[in-house]
Design a protein around this ligand. Structure first.
Ligand SMILES: [Zn+2]
Length: 119
């Protein structure tokens, strides 16, 4: 599961990057959904505030030039999130993070949460 090898240039490199992108977007989407349900009482879909954050986060993932090497946006040195959005997404992580671990107890996610909460 955990890949430690670095520097290998395989033919499925582009696909790996794409998968990583998709995974990051999926995790963010699930966290925002949990948060919105809990905090805003949304039953289906997201409220307009949370939809805005989701779109913003997805756009950041789409544009990220470091997708291949970084672990997650929270770890990125480039901090492309606007300050306000960063604050909002951190709140979402704090709220939804522990719940996410119940459903997705994967190593990557743990890593994300630890790095997000530490800031
Ligand atoms: Zn909401």
């Amino acid at each position: 599961m955990h890949e430690n090898k670095r520097g290998e240039m395989s033919s499925d490199r582009a696909e790996r990057i794409n998968n990583k992108r998709d995974r990051e977007k999926k995790v963010i989407g699930q966290m925002i959904a949990i948060y919105c349900r809990k905090k805003h009482g949304s039953r289906e879909g997201l409220c307009s505030d949370c939809r805005e954050i989701l779109e913003y986060a997805n756009a950041r993932v789409e544009d990220c030039p470091f997708m291949e090497t970084k672990t997650f946006c929270s770890d990125c040195k480039v901090h492309c999130y606007r300050e306000e959005m960063r604050r909002r997404i951190r709140e979402i992580m704090r709220c939804a993070g522990p719940r996410m671990l119940l459903y997705h107890p994967i190593l990557l996610l743990k890593h994300i949460l630890i790095s997000r909460m530490g800031k």
